[in-house]
Write a protein that binds this ligand. Structure first.
Ligand code: PEP
Ligand code: MG
Length: 560
């Protein structure tokens, strides 16, 4: 790579062009590193006092300038004073302090990144937490570049949901990119170009335009059924992380929501959502997809996604720690509120409940017991609610995959979270850019587990789906069909591409390739097999152009 070219991992498609705003400090992924929990409210008071002081100072400066140079000159202070009076802006800064334990200065700086001038900019950071990513305003931020993070880190999943192009895992970005440097970043290719010439900017814009045209061609399939050429009907649902995605999922023809992530109802807020708020949200989603299920994933809190009220002392290994269903079962008051909300929404639509990070049968037993208790209680209280709802399990740990037969016998459905399943099977932190090459969901070990889960569900006569990022990528979707999955839950922007692919492939061919993949030695071999097989049916060049497929770089070097 030349001095002007940086390479990373494209995690959210699209091209962003703009000057860099650089966040030089590291995001506090361990919250206590910056402002201890006990000091958070004091820090918010410090922010308010500073705002009052600065406002007084600016008003005095304005008066002095007016005396000396007249009102017109003095008006230059108005914009700054207005910003300090903007309640929404200040509330957002206070939220950053409370949620991310930033100091008042850093929280203020982060928020002003978006409004420094009216020119949309590209945020360059060491790392981005999920909470900070949801705070970004897509009108002002046209791209994200981060040194840390990978395709399956939660900040990346959110950037994709929000629709901001993003390149993560860009080593040395902070050192190489001076604030104000003009950038062209390509979230599909995973590239960042510094100081582009006008010609290069025009080329990037033309490429984006071509991709948009392709995307609208692909959208022609959204109203057609997802059926393979040999007649296998595949159900394509949407993953919904933030409320904004409901309409994107609908527009792209999602047949329900296969993964409704609920923890982002909390991220960026300093209070927990009430039962009424959650019931209203779940109902709204369910009513947006009449006749189709909406799978509410119970809070997957932990690590970088734990609200202030529940923060426990920091853990040495948060990914192996107090996460997901463990938090829910240890904090029944939090869990019961969510279960009651789901039961109430289930009165108005086909709402299912799904527990994340299950490792043992007792977790399912306790979840079911709690659902039954709350259903009885709601009935006793005379609150309109369903008397029961389907309760399923996310298979995203090797433990769950190994006991998939037992889980399938007892749960109403299974859904495989390949992001975590890959992380825990290969022991590769899903958010660690240094290990990104080793995060290989196509590894034969992961594929064996995937096959085992699909077979177990089929034997028990229970539905099984895949809702990890793999399902959103066409090469892998083809493989998953071959492994026996007939329901995939996909990031809404990827739905047309996945459906377009499904409609051109044969399930019989997918099964044959899946059998070869299971017998392959390495993840690279699996990708080669998949590329070869998919190329028989689909224009791979077009696919690669639209969404960087895994193995594309290797395939290019083999062909060279
Ligand atoms: C997964 O782990 O694959 C999954 C879908 O859940 P999340 O990405 O929210 O952990
Ligand atoms: Mg997961």
């Amino acid at each position: 790579m030349s001095d002007r070219h940086l390479k990373g991992i494209g995690v959210s498609a699209g091209i962003g062009v703009g000057p860099a705003v650089v966040v030089r400090w590291a995001m506090p992924d361990v919250p206590h590193r910056v402002v201890p929990r006990s000091q958070v409210e004091k820090e918010v008071r410090r922010l308010r006092a500073a705002v009052r002081d600065v406002k007084r100072f600016l008003q005095a400066m304005k008066a002095k300038t007016e005396d000396r140079a007249g009102l017109d000159e003095a008006r230059i202070f108005d914009a700054q004073i207005l910003m300090l009076e903007d309640k929404e802006f200040l509330a957002a800064v206070a939220n950053l302090i409370r949620e991310n334990h930033l100091t008042a200065e850093k929280a203020y700086e982060f928020k002003t990144l978006e409004v420094r001038d009216t020119q949309p900019s590209v945020v360059v950071a060491k790392e981005l937490s999920p909470a900070l990513t949801v705070e970004l305003d897509r009108e002002h931020v046209v791209g994200l570049v981060s040194e840390e993070g990978t395709r399956t880190s939660h900040a990346a999943i959110l950037a994709h949901s929000i629709g901001i192009p993003a390149v993560f895992g860009v080593a040395g970005a902070i050192e190489r990119i001076e604030p104000g440097t003009m950038l062209v970043m390509d979230g599909t290719r995973g590239t960042v170009l510094l100081d582009p010439t006008p010609h290069e900017i025009a080329e990037a814009r033309a490429l984006e335009q071509r991709r948009r045209e392709l995307a609208s061609q692909l959208e022609e399939v959204v109203d057609l059924p997802a059926v393979t050429v040999d007649g296998l009907r595949i159900v394509l649902r949407g993953n919904v992380d933030l409320p904004d995605e409901i309409s994107a999922a609908r527009q792209h023809g999602a047949e329900g929501v296969g993964l409704l992530r609920t923890e982002f109802l909390i991220t960026g807020h300093s209070t927990l959502p009430t039962e009424d708020e959650q019931a209203g949200y779940f109902r709204r989603v369910a009513e947006a997809f009449p006749g189709h299920p909406v799978v509410v994933r119970t809070y997957d809190l932990g690590g970088d996604k734990l609200p202030l009220q529940f923060r426990a002392p920091s853990e040495a290994n948060p990914q192996l720690g107090w996460r997901a269903i463990r938090v829910c079962l240890d904090r029944p008051e939090l869990f019961r509120t969510q279960v009651r909300a789901a039961l109430r929404a289930a009165k108005h639509g086909d709402v299912w409940l799904m527990a994340p990070l299950v490792t043992r049968l007792e977790e399912l037993d306790r979840t079911r017991a709690l659902v039954a208790e709350e259903a009885t209680r709601l009935a006793r209280e005379g609150v309109p609610a369903a008397t029961s709802l389907p309760v399923g399990v996310m298979v995203e740990t090797p433990a769950a995959a190994v006991i998939a037969d037992r889980l399938a016998a007892e749960a109403d459905f299974l859904s495989v979270g390949t992001n975590d399943l890959t992380q825990y099977t290969l022991v590769v932190d899903r958010g660690n850019a240094r290990l990104a090459d080793r995060f290989t969901p196509h590894d034969p070990s992961v594929l064996r587990l995937l096959k085992q889960v699909a077979d177990a569900a089929r034997a028990a006569g229970k539905p099984a789906s895949v809702c990890g990022e793999m399902a959103s990528e066409p090469l892998s979707a083809f493989l998953l069909i071959g492994l026996g999955y007939e329901t995939l839950s996909v990031a809404p922007p990827a739905l047309p591409l996945v459906k377009w692919t499904v409609r051109q492939v044969s399930a019989a061919r997918a099964r044959a390739v899946a059998a070869e993949a299971l017998a392959a030695r390495t993840a690279d071999d699996v990708l080669d097999l998949l590329r070869l097989a998919l190329a028989e049916a689909v224009d791979l060049k077009l696919l690669d152009h639209h969404a960087r497929l895994p193995g594309a770089r290797r395939a290019a070097s083999l062909n060279a």
